[in-house]
Design a protein around this ligand. Sequence first.
Ligand code: XMP
Length: 513
Amino acid sequence: RILILDFGSQVTQLIARRLRESGVYCEVWPFNAAAPERIHAFAPKGLIFSGGPASVTEGASPRAPQEVFEMGLPILGICYGQQTMATQLGGTVEGGHAAEFGRAVVTVTGECTLTQGLWAKGATETVWMSHGDRITVLPPGFRVVAESEGAPFALIADESRHYYGTMFHPEVVHTPHGAALLKNFTHGVCGCTGDWTMAGFRDEAIERIRAKVGKGRVICGLSGGVDSSVAAVLIHEAVGDQLTCIYVDHGLMRANESDQVVATFRDRFNIKLIHRDASDLFLGQLSGVTDPEQKRKIIGRLFIEVFEEEQNKLGGADFLAQGTLYPDVIESVSATGGPSVTIKSHHNVGGLPEGMRMQLVEPLRDLFKDEVRALGRELGIPEEIVGRHPFPGPGLAIRIPGEVTREKADLLRKVDSIYLEEIRAAGLYDAIWQAFAVLLPVRTVGVMGDGRTYDMACALRAVTSTDGMTAEFYPYDMGFLGRVANRIVNEVRGVNRVTYDITSKPPGTIEWE
Ligand code: XMP
């Protein structure tokens, strides 16, 4: 295993991704949470210092704990990580030189374990840089392996102590040999074997859950989404009937989704499942409400109320399972700080209701989203669930701008299922991050046969994204859109107009509310 110390780079998580892709388990810790005792207990085979937004030339900029240089462990410093390592080992870093951002070319002037089999002496290689400062005096013991115009010390090495530093970012895909350089570090220098697999993770996770839960009772809020589904099946494998799942059905799911959840978990996996149909309650309380934040708050509150009610009927439990993922766990050390604006109050089905006195079981907290999917496949969860697009906790309520009614939800379900059916038939589902329909609060005039119609309009949305933070609209071909629109208008009575949303995020958000 490898420990990554995070100095706040936007791409630190990518280092972890690249390592895990090569079968090496790793964790990301904030640089200031890495007390030497903690590092010893974690027992890594090597350390990686990430990049970061600070400048080591500033007085109070972050440093690695000085003790790590006495542990005899290999260290790779990337960008800011290289600079802080150089400074802490007696070199000099200066600001004010020409900054390099984006693609850059380095000339390989030497050899080291990192470049073995990849970069030959004398070759030029493309890398991705993002820095303003640079090293001007190397710390003792180091030599240069590659240089660029803006960074004479683009890659440095002290092979006797197994210390390496890169000015560029090997973790991003824009550095073509980056992943292989990282592998040379983890496998070649640190001696990792790359035997971390999902099957291994699954067995370890099951053991950990058993050790933690003992004979206790576990409750899991199921939403039909990937994370809570995988968490539930994994916990069920570990402790069987000690687990009860509660599925609070707010009546704002897509067509057939509730039936599918029940069929999958109760019938196929034999998991104890309480399916609480609370659609009357939710729709009743949403009646007359048009403000998006108001809708979210009502749904969030009701969800907790109903969940607690069901849990009390069960006589409580000792543990609450949550599908928390690694990106939520990694503490951000971004330098931006300051108060940020709430764009939307996200609500997660399965979230921990405040004031519940239960211990948490979070078996996915070491995994990234696609690793959770891989684990789900390992557990035999059907592809329709494991590969499912993200779906917001408040469900269709935030895809019906204006007042939400059962009639509108039914209409939207029909539109949405035709749209998704066509996406699947065209083989586009996996190329899209998220696709859905929105029922617009406007009526428009149309003509069908010889008659006039005055019905509702809908919008279709599809975006590509890697994390939901930014997104691009999906560039369908017009033939596809025409086919979908035609089917919707002909098959869904009450909808007579279809539009396609071509807004990216930012400035739009993915959902309409
Ligand atoms: P936005 O609309 O903010 O959405 O661009 C980004 C991603 O988050 C999902 N989303 C939610 N997920 N509860 C959730 O669990 C919510 O309240 C919620 N609101 C938005 C959205 O579907 C997209 O994937």
